[in-house]
Every structure is written in C-alpha cells, then in structure tokens.
Design a protein around this ligand. Structure first.
Ligand code: SF4
Length: 109
C-alpha cells in the first residue's frame, strides 16, 4: 500500500514534530501517521530502507527512532522539508512508495 497523496483531505494534523506537521491518526507505537506536508512520509509504510536519506541532494531526511513499530524501528523523517527542491528522487526510489512530494503543498517554514 502506497502513501495516500490526498492525505490532506482524509487526515488532520494532530501534532508537530521536528518542525513539521504530523497527520493522524497516531496511536504509538503501532500507528505513527504521516510526517511532513510538502515532503510527506507515511511512517506506517516506511521500512527504514534509507535510500531517500542517502540520495536526497539537499539532506531533507533524518533518522528517527520508532521503537515498537511493526514495520521498522527507524523512520526517514522529513526534518528539513523546506529545503526540498522537488527533484522527486525520493519518490522514485522508495521501495514501498511511502513518500509523496507535492510542490503545491506547503509545510511549516
Ligand atoms: S524530492 Fe528531492 S529534494 Fe525533495 S526530499 Fe525528495 S530527494 Fe530530497
């Protein structure tokens, strides 16, 4: 299952983390929601593969620990989403389609 690109319509912001919004529902540790808005990562799909983190040309992603999550215990957090240059590399290389980038969606600055 891939990230829902229409998540702004189907979800609500429930908290702020590391300078970006988190779109719920969140029920830790099993359900973590979508982190980020311009660069959105569905933490409930992310496997902690790390390709996005290694290959993003402007270092948007940082690892965060998510102990107890059924998919993986680390996630690629879009900590610097305001730096994104919309190259779409992360969207293309994510093996589980956990990332959606939309230049029309504005995250926190
Ligand atoms: S679209 Fe490009 S610049 Fe933006 S987060 Fe993904 S890899 Fe980084």
């Amino acid at each position: 299952m891939a990230i829902d690109p229409q998540f702004e319509e189907s979800r609500e912001v429930v908290e702020e983390h590391n300078g970006h919004d988190v779109w719920g529902p969140v029920e830790e540790p099993d359900e973590l929601g979508i982190h980020g808005t311009h660069v959105a990562v569905d933490f409930d799909i992310c496997l902690g593969d790390g390709a996005c983190l290694e290959d993003c040309p402007v270092d948007v992603f940082e690892w965060v620990d998510t102990p107890g999550h059924p998919e993986s215990e680390i996630k690629a957090d879009p900590a610097n989403e305001s730096q994104c240059i919309d190259c779409m590399l992360c969207v293309d290389i994510c093996p589980v389609d956990a990332i959606d980038v939309d230049p029309g969606r504005t995250g926190r600055k």
